[in-house]
Design a binder for this molecule. Sequence first.
Ligand SMILES: Cc1ncc(COP(=O)(O)O)c(C=O)c1O
Length: 359
Amino acid sequence: MYPEFCLERWQSLRDWRAKYVISESGVEPLELSDFHVNVKFEYGHTKGSPKLRELIASRLGRGSEEVIITNGGAEANYLASLALIKPGDEVIVDMPNYMQIPGILRGIGANVVYIWRKEGMIDLDELNQLVNRKTKALVITNPNNPTGMAMSEREMKAISDIASDRGVTLIVDEVYRGSEFDGEKPSFLSFIDGVSTNSMSKVYGLPGIRIGWTVAKKELVDRMWAIRDYVNISPSVIGQEIAYEALLKADELKERSREIVSRNLKIVEEVMRREEVDHLVEWHRPNATALAFLKLKGVKDTFSFAQSLFQNEGVLLNPGECFEMPGYVRIGIGQGDKETLRTALTLTFRHMKSWSLKT
Ligand SMILES: Cc1ncc(COP(=O)(O)O)c(C=O)c1O
């Protein structure tokens, strides 16, 4: 049985009714008029457009046969999980997590084992101890959703070394790659021959085109391709044309994403100062993504808090319960105008103060 995908269901039931949406996970979306595409609406190639696969592969120093284009990062993660994991396999999952892959794994009947980050880092000794004969794969999300933290290259290498030494396949969700504030870090694939999933939805501001991809050994990618034939035949042809054009100006779009997020992070800090919430809110300033993960010290049940904030103030954010971390909320800082963000945060902090007094 697939568990309910808490985060996606939470949002889709509410985002169209909210006045202030600070639950989005990417930066302000681009529009069709930003592109010059003209396509014939035929079926696309079922493994994905050859020129798009070639472009993605060349940037990673891989062959185009090692890339499959997918319907978003979501399908990339789905195909990767289905192609690799069998019922009863044990899979270690980096927590906190966006929770798509753990949900799929449970749906497949795999045994999910969490490794919780400490101070934002994976404890290498603990990882070594968790790996055993039954461990099939290690799932990492880097840069991380919900924490907004990107790993250092040293940490990436150390984790990759453990996975290679112990014969564990690394599946890494890299949909936020390129959002690192101090410049893009290498893919995990430069440290280990694992599986990397990615997407146009976050730094490129194109969630609506539903284009993502998986890169792995050809034999594994072809297994994903075989599954895809049964699911949706091919990714959207217009989406792939837009993705191709966007990737040709990838650096410019990544810079745009960083600028939006860094401007908005300053607004978060400014509102926190003005509302004097230092003693009530604990957070690690993110170093990547378009997200911030805040611990609300006076709020234990953040699910009820988020529901009350939505009903009473029209502000939508994501409760930590959807990441199995009650007491936290995730806010999206990549979208909307500055005033909307200011108002949404002000309402959130004021609601939090009155909530802390009530409970
Ligand atoms: C870590 C992570 N992986 C995958 C996805 C899904 O990406 P897409 O919208 O491209 O399907 C998301 C979306 O929020 C995400 O945050």
